[in-house]
Design a binder for this molecule. Structure first.
Ligand code: SDX
Length: 432
C-alpha cells in the first residue's frame, strides 16, 4: 500500500531542478521515485550492490535491520517459529493471511499430493557424478522441471502459475532428498503421504530399505522450524535474481533454478556450509583470537562466516531462534557438550565484545548456528545450502507471484557508468 507524500525530493543537475515524488510504505524508509531521472535529468542513479535502492514494491516480508526485526506479512518471525509450522507459513507468504483450518487442510492436501517426481527425472540424477555438490544437482533438476511439466510453464495463466507453485513447494523436498541419496550412494526413498512436510523430508533423507526408520519428532520439529526461519527475506540476492529472471517472462522453474544458483554463493546461502567448516577449523576456543585477528585484517580476505549482514545492524532474529534451537536439539540428542557449539558460543561472545565488530555492527546471522543443528541431525555440510534452498523456494515463489501479478511489471534492465574505450576504428592485425 503506497502513499505519495505531499513533499518531493528536489534534485538540481546543472540548470535543471527535478521534483521527484516521495512515497511512504506502511513501515520502513520512504522511497524517492527516480524513474524520470534519465528522461528529464539526463543522468543515471549509481548504486552498485543496491545498498540504497528499492527494486520493487512488496507486501510480503519486512526487515528492520536496526531493531533486528523480521516480519512475514506482519507477523514476527519469533512468533511464527514458536507457534506456526512451515506449510502454514508458506500459505501466509503466498496468499497474505494465515489460513483457516479448512484452507490449511486443502493447501496441505494439494502439496502432499504433488510430492512425487516424474519417474523419468530419476535418470537426470544418474547423469551427475556421485561426488557432484548437491547444490549443482538441485539447480540442474529444478531447471529440468520445465522439460517435464509443460502444463504449468505459461506465466500468463493464473491456473498454471498456481499449479507450478504447488509443484515446486511439494517437489523441492524430494529433489533435495534425492540429491542427498544420490550423493551418498543410497537408493531414492519415495515421499509418503502419511507424513508431514518436515517428517517426509527426513524420511526421504535418512530411511533405507534395509531397516525400519521412524522420524524422531524432536528432529522433525527442529527441521520444520529451520524451514520457517529460512522461508523468505525481502529482496536478498537470490530473490532479486528470481525477480530479474522472471521479469523476462521465463518459466517459473527456470527462474527458481536461477535463485538456487545465486543462493549457492558463500556470501549468501553458502555461508552455512562455510560457517561450520570455519568453526571446525577453529576447533578449540583458544584459537578464536587468531581468527578474529584475521577477520579484522583488511589485507586478509578471510571473513567470519555466519557474521555480518547487509541489512541487520543488530542481531539477526533468526540467529537468536536458531541458537535456542541448537541448545534444545543438541540437549535432547544428548550432545549438549558439542565442541563446535561451544566454539560458536565463545566466538560469538568474543566477537561481540571486539571493537571492530562493534564498530561495523557485525552480528551472527541465520547461517551461524544453523549448520550446527543440521550437523547434529546427521546432514553433511554439503547439504546445508540445499536445505536453505528448499525452504527459500516458498519465498522465491511468493515474490515471483507478487511480481507477475503486478500490472506495472516491466523487464528489469539496469544501466551503468561506462568507463571503457570511446569510439575507435578497427585495426588490422598487421598494423597493431
Ligand atoms: C545470507 O540479504 C539477505 O537477506 C541474505 C540472507 C537471506 O536470508 O537471504 O540473510 C542470507 O546471505 C546471510 C549472510 C551470510 N553470509 C555470511 O555470513 C558471509 C560473511 N558475511 C559477509 O560476507 C558480509 O557480512 C555480507 C556479505 C553478509 C554483507 O556484506 P555487505 O553488507 O556488503 O557488507 P560489506 O561486505 O561491505 O562489509 C562492511 C564492512 C567491511 O569492512 P570495510 O570495507 O567497511 O572496512 O564490514 C566488514 C567488511 O570487511 N565485514 C566483515 C564481515 N562482514 C562484513 N568483516 C569480517 N567478517 C565478516 N563476516
Amino acid at each position: 500500500m503506497t502513499h505519495q507524500s505531499h513533499e518531493t525530493a528536489k534534485l538540481t543537475i546543472g540548470d535543471k531542478t527535478l521534483d521527484l515524488p516521495i512515497y511512504h510504505g506502511t513501515v520502513g524508509p520512504d522511497v524517492i521515485d527516480i524513474r524520470r531521472l534519465y528522461s528529464e535529468g539526463g543522468v543515471f542513479a549509481f548504486d552498485p550492490g543496491y545498498t540504497s535502492t528499492g527494486s520493487c514494491e512488496s507486501a510480503i516480508t519486512y526487515i528492520d535491520g536496526d531493531k533486528g526485526q523480521l516480519l512475514y506479512r506482519g507477523y514476527p518471525i519469533e512468533q511464527l517459529a514458536a507457534k506456526s509450522h512451515f506449510l502454514e507459513v508458506a500459505y501466509l507468504l503466498l496468499y497474505g493471511e494465515l489460513p483457516t483450518a479448512e484452507q490449511m487442510e486443502d493447501f496441505e492436501s494439494r502439496v502432499t499430493n504433488h510430492t512425487m517426481l516424474h519417474e523419468q527425472m530419476a535418470y537426470f540424477f544418474r547423469g551427475f557424478r556421485r561426488d557432484a555438490h548437491p547444490m549443482a544437482v538441485v539447480c540442474g533438476i529444478m531447471g529440468a522441471m520445465s522439460a517435464f511439466y509443460h502444463d504449468s510453464t505459461d506465466i500468463n495463466d493464473a491456473w498454471q502459475r498456481e499449479v507450478a507453485t504447488i509443484r515446486m513447494i511439494a517437489k523441492m523436498p524430494t529433489i533435495v532428498a534425492w540429491a542427498f541419496k544420490y550423493h551418498v550412494g543410497q537408493p531414492f526413498v519415495y515421499p509418503r503421504n502419511n507424513l508431514d512436510y518436515a517428517s517426509n523430508f527426513l524420511n526421504m533423507c535418512f530411511s533405507v530399505p534395509a531397516t525400519d526408520y521412524v522420524v524422531d519428532p524432536i528432529l522433525s520439529r527442529a527441521m520444520d522450524r529451520i524451514f520457517t526461519l529460512h522461508a523468505d527475506h525481502e529482496q536478498n540476492a537470490s530473490t532479486s535474481t528470481v525477480r530479474l529472471a522472471s521479469s523476462s517472462g521465463a518459466n517459473p522453474f527456470a527462474c527458481i533454478a536461477a535463485g538456487v544458483a545465486c543462493l549457492w554463493g558463500p556470501a549468501h546461502g553458502g555461508a552455512n556450509e562455510a560457517a561450520l567448516m570455519m568453526l571446525r577449523e577453529i576447533g578449540t576456543p583458544d584459537r578464536i583470537p587468531e581468527f578474529i585477528a584475521r577477520a579484522r585484517d583488511k589485507d586478509d580476505p578471510f571473513r567470519l562466516m555466519g557474521f555480518g549482514h547487509r541489512v541487520y545492524k543488530n542481531f539477526d532474529p533468526r540467529a537468536k531462534v536458531m541458537k535456542q534451537s541448537a541448545d534444545e536439539v543438541l540437549g535432547l540428542l544428548g550432545i549438549e557438550r558439542n565442541p563446535t557449539l561451544q566454539v560458536a558460543k565463545e566466538l560469538e561472545r568474543i566477537a561481540l565484545e571486539d571493537p571492530y565488530f562493534i564498530e561495523k555492527k557485525l552480528y551472527p546471522n541465520v547461517d551461524f548456528y544453523s549448520g550446527i543443528i543440521l550437523d547434529a541431525m546427521g546432514f553433511p555440510t554439503s547439504m546445508f545450502t540445499p536445505i536453505f534452498a528448499l525452504a527459500r523456494t516458498v519465498g522465491w515463489i511468493s515474490q515471483w507471484k507478487e511480481m507477475i501479478e503486478d500490472p506495472q511489471l516491466k523487464i528489469g534492465r539496469p544501466r551503468q557508468l561506462y568507463t571503457g574505450a570511446t569510439l575507435r576504428d578497427y585495426v588490422d592485425v598487421e598494423n597493431r
